[in-house]
Design a protein around this ligand. Structure first.
Ligand SMILES: NC(=O)c1ccc[n+]([C@@H]2O[C@H](COP(=O)([O-])OP(=O)(O)OC[C@H]3O[C@@H](n4cnc5c(N)ncnc54)[C@H](OP(=O)(O)O)[C@@H]3O)[C@@H](O)[C@H]2O)c1
Length: 223
């Protein structure tokens, strides 16, 4: 694939899947604009990587990040919404602070980062949401109320956006990245971040807009 002159925006590249995705897209010749909460990325640099500060839970930070991204690029080819939090993943009873943090990061922060970004995304571009199979009602268990609800909401937002953006030929897909060895996924997970990023990259070109996609299962999945 010729990705020369293509620009990707990836949120949450300080660690885990986001960092692996940034490295993968750079290796595939994308220019990458990656976000971290601090606005810096220690231990990794690349001439084609710009790092922008974004705290998804802070309105001012979201507005500054959007302005900076608009200065850095005339048009985005690919957005990967990867930043996420899961403070209640092992809890049965919802706790209000963890609940609010999850909703602010995984839903409100994602929606109100993407809305102003839509103007800068090229027609024919693509938006990927790193979701989770835990956001599919058929996988509901007793734990992780806020996290599972947040990913279910993002699956819905992705389908709504897929319909809104169909005229502009912008593909929108929620993607389960597998169970991955990260701060969020833990050490027991079977996939490395690099394997997950490889699977996401290989899958996204053929994804159908508005469908849920699990990179560990070939083909698209219904909700
Ligand atoms: N690992 C898995 O098995 C798995 C499975 C399904 C889905 N996912 C999804 O994959 C995505 C990436 O997670 P990961 O597993 O790679 O975990 P991770 O290593 O903990 O990475 C999470 C990223 O999100 C960023 N982030 C958290 N809160 C933020 C906020 N308020 N504003 C901006 N950025 C914020 C983190 O930044 P800081 O470093 O500043 O905290 C970090 O860069 C998440 O959306 C997660 O739900 C993961």
């Amino acid at each position: 694939m010729n990705n020369q002159n293509k620009t990707a925006v990836i949120t949450g590249i300080s660690s885990g899947i986001g960092l692996a995705l940034a490295k993968k897209l750079l290796a595939e010749n994308f220019n990458v604009i990656g976000t971290t909460r601090s606005g810096v990325l220690n231990d990794f640099q690349n001439d084609n990587l710009e790092v922008v500060a974004l705290d998804a839970t802070d309105k001012g930070s979201v507005a500054s990040a959007i302005s900076r991204i608009a200065e850095l690029t005339k048009g985005i080819d690919l957005v990967i919404n990867n930043a996420g939090a899961a403070p209640d993943i092992f809890d049965v009873t919802p706790e209000i602070n963890a609940f609010n943090q999850t909703i602010a990061t995984n839903i409100t922060g994602v929606v109100f980062f993407n809305e102003p970004l839509l103007e800068i995304i090229k027609d024919g571009g693509q938006i990927v949401f790193i979701s989770s199979q835990m956001g599919l009602p058929r996988n509901a268990d007793v734990t992780g109320t806020a996290y599972c609800m947040s990913k279910a909401a993002i699956n819905m937002y992705a389908v709504i956006l897929a319909k809104r953006l169909a005229e502009r030929n912008i593909k929108v897909t929620p993607v389960h990245p597998g169970w991955v060895q990260t701060k969020l996924g833990g050490d027991q997970a079977p996939l490395t971040p690099e394997q997950s990023a490889e699977g996401i990259y290989n899958g996204i070109a053929d994804m159908e807009s508005g469908r849920f996609y699990n990179i560990t299962i070939p083909g698209t999945e219904d909700f």
